[in-house]
Design a protein around this ligand. Structure first.
Ligand SMILES: [Zn+2]
Length: 131
């Protein structure tokens, strides 16, 4: 399972969970309490927003399952080009140890080049041998 797909499922899960929370808990409680501090209109708005978020989450899972990523994981193409054993979530600057993100890495002539935002050093990201 690729990192991009895991991120997609993670985002989808958050969308669905928040959607369920909005739709079921907030929306229904507003409708149930209509007339005593609640409002059917506000409840319906929450329900619609919740269902849209659930639909978005389901759509993301559907797209991830088909191997097509949405705009949420548009960095996937760049990640695939990086050496396999470099984990972006633990990537640190080799000069100052600062945590790097995908925004700090550019593809130059097919090779990933790090531009550290902390110490402003620039170097090519190479695969370190495991043996
Ligand atoms: Zn640095």
């Amino acid at each position: 399972m690729s990192t991009g797909r895991i991120i997609t499922y993670f985002v989808a899960a958050i969308l669905i969970l928040i959607g369920l929370g909005l739709a079921v808990i907030i929306g229904l409680s507003y409708i149930v309490q209509a007339g005593s501090g609640g409002s059917i209109t506000i409840g319906l708005v929450f329900l619609i927003i919740g269902f849209l978020m659930i639909a978005g989450g389901v759509y993301l899972i559907y797209m991830a399952g088909r191997g097509k990523m949405g705009a949420v994981t548009e960095n996937v193409t760049l990640k695939v080009d990086l050496p396999a054993n470099i984990r972006l979530d633990t990537l640190k600057c080799r000069s100052c140890g600062g945590t790097l993100t995908m925004d700090n890495i550019q593809m130059v002539a097919g090779a990933p080049v790090v531009n550290c935002p902390y110490c402003h050093s620039t170097y090519q990201l190479t695969e370190e041998p495991k043996w």
